[in-house]
Ligand binder design. Structure first.
Ligand SMILES: Cc1cc2nc3c(=O)[nH]c(=O)nc-3n(C[C@H](O)[C@H](O)[C@H](O)COP(=O)(O)OP(=O)(O)OC[C@H]3O[C@@H](n4cnc5c(N)ncnc54)[C@H](O)[C@@H]3O)c2cc1C
Length: 357
C-alpha cells in the first residue's frame, strides 16, 4: 500500500477537509452497496464538495487508474476488488431556483438521497415524483439509468444535469435532449466514467394530476379509502406496494430488478403471447413491445431458488438476493445461469440492469 500518499491525503483531509474530499486507501465497499458483497477499492475518495473534483482527478497518483463513480451502491455488483479509484459523491444541498409559471426549478446535489428528496418535494407541495418514491440510491445516479417506476420516468422532470466532464476537463451541463434518455438508459450509462454528475436540475409542478394507471395503484388507493388522490396519497400507495413486492436491502442484500424487461419486435411478442397467453406484454411506439422478464424467469423455475448463499427472491423473480456471505461472483454465476436458461427457452437474451464490475 502506498503509505506516504495515503498519509499525505489523510493529512489534507483531516485539515478541516479544505479540499472538500477525503481519500481512503484499501477501502472495504461491502457496506457501500445494497448487495453487501465483499470487495475492496484500491482507493476510495469521498467527495463532499464538487469543486474538489478538478484537483482530485488531476492528481497524478490516480490518473492512470481505472475510475468508478459510486452513489448509494444500489445498482452495482462487484464480482471482484476494484483496482483503481472509487469516487463516492457525497455533496449535499437542495435549492429552489426560479419560478416558471406553475413550475419551480429545483437544483439538488448528487450526494442527496433520492427517496428523501422525493419526500421533501411532496412535503413542499410539489407533484410529479410520487411514483418514484422508495427507489434506493443517490440523486446523482438517478439520471444514469433514467430511474423509473409505476409508470413514471425521471426524464420528464429533468431540466439539466450538471457534471464534471473528465474528457474535456471542465464542468458542463447537459439539457434533457443531450442526456439521450431511454428506458433504463442515458448518455451517462453509454459512456461510464466520462461524466461525474454533480447536480440535477428538475422542473416540478406545484400541482398535477397523479398518475394511477399502473397495475395495482388504483386498487391500493381503494384499499386505503382514497377516492380523489393527491400526490401524497399516490406516494403512500406506491410505497405500500413496493414494500410488499420487493425485499428490503436492509434485511436481505439485493439490487432491485436484476434484469431489464426485454424489448422485442411485435411479431416476436405476438409469437410469445400465442404460446404464453398470460405473458405480460406492453406495447411501445413503433413495431416494438416490452415483455416481462419476471415472467420468463419464473417460467424457467428460478423464483425462490437458491444456489449456495445466492438466490432468487421468493417474492419477485426479477430480484437476486444475497442470503448472507455470498460473493459477487456467486451472484453473477447464478445470473448467467438464468440468462442462458431463458435464452434457450425463449430465444431472448436478458440484459442485467445493475452495473457488473
Ligand atoms: C430494492 C431496490 C429497488 C429498486 N427499484 C428501482 C426502481 O423501481 N426503478 C429503478 O430505476 N431502479 C431501481 N433500483 C435500482 C437503483 O435504486 C437505481 O438505479 C438508483 O438510481 C441507483 O442509485 P445509487 O446511488 O445506488 O447508484 P450506484 O449503485 O452507486 O451506481 C449505479 C451507477 O450509476 C453511476 N453513478 C452513480 N452516481 C453517479 C454520479 N454522481 N455521476 C455519474 N455516475 C454515477 C455508477 O457509476 C454506477 O454505474 C432499485 C434498487 C433496489 C436495491
Amino acid at each position: 500500500m502506498p503509505q506516504s500518499a495515503d498519509e499525505q491525503h489523510n493529512k489534507r483531509a483531516n485539515n478541516g477537509d479544505k479540499q472538500g474530499y477525503q481519500v481512503i486507501p484499501d477501502a472495504q465497499l461491502a457496506e457501500r452497496t445494497t448487495f453487501g458483497v465483499p470487495a475492496r477499492a484500491h482507493w476510495l475518495a469521498r467527495v463532499m464538495d464538487r469543486d474538489a473534483i478538478p484537483e482530485l482527478t488531476a492528481d497524478t497518483q490516480f490518473q492512470s487508474l481505472p475510475r468508478l463513480i459510486l452513489g448509494g451502491g444500489s445498482n452495482v455488483l462487484f464480482t471482484r476488488d476494484f483496482p483503481g479509484l472509487v469516487l463516492a459523491m457525497e455533496n449535499r444541498g437542495i435549492e429552489v431556483q426560479t419560478r416558471r409559471g406553475k413550475h419551480d426549478r429545483i437544483r439538488v446535489s448528487a450526494g442527496e438521497n433520492w427517496d428523501q428528496f422525493v419526500r421533501w418535494s411532496l412535503d413542499q407541495g410539489y407533484a410529479g415524483l410520487e411514483n418514484l418514491i422508495l427507489i434506493p440510491g443517490s440523486v446523482g445516479a438517478a439520471p444514469f439509468q433514467n430511474i423509473g417506476a409505476y409508470g413514471t420516468e425521471l426524464e420528464e422532470f429533468v431540466d439539466a444535469v450538471h457534471a464534471w466532464d473528465s474528457e474535456a476537463g471542465e464542468f458542463v451541463w447537459l439539457d434533457r435532449e443531450a442526456c439521450a434518455f431511454a428506458y433504463r438508459d442515458s448518455i451517462f450509462k453509454r459512456h461510464p466514467g466520462r461524466w461525474i454528475i454533480t447536480e440535477l436540475d428538475l422542473v416540478l409542478p406545484r400541482s398535477g394530476t397523479p398518475r394511477i394507471h399502473y397495475p395495482g395503484v388504483r386498487d391500493m388507493l381503494d384499499k386505503l379509502g382514497v377516492d380523489k388522490p393527491a400526490p401524497a396519497d399516490v406516494a403512500l400507495a406506491v410505497e405500500t406496494l413496493r414494500r410488499r413486492k420487493l425485499p428490503d436491502p436492509a434485511e436481505i442484500g439485493n439490487a432491485g430488478s436484476f434484469f431489464k424487461n426485454p424489448v422485442v419486435n411485435t411479431s416476436k411478442a405476438d409469437e410469445l403471447k400465442h404460446d404464453h397467453p398470460e405473458l405480460p406484454v406492453f406495447a411501445l411506439e413503433g413495431d416494438r413491445a416490452k415483455i416481462s422478464a419476471a415472467y420468463l424467469i419464473e417460467y424457467c423455475g428460478f423464483r425462490g431458488t437458491r444456489s449456495g448463499n445466492a438466490g432468487v427472491s421468493e417474492r419477485h423473480a426479477l430480484v437476486l438476493v444475497n442470503y448472507g456471505g455470498a460473493k459477487g461472483s456467486e451472484l453473477w454465476r447464478l445470473a448467467e445461469q438464468i440468462r442462458d436458461t431463458v435464452e434457450s427457452e425463449f430465444g431472448i437474451r436478458l440484459e442485467p440492469e445493475p452495473v457488473i464490475l
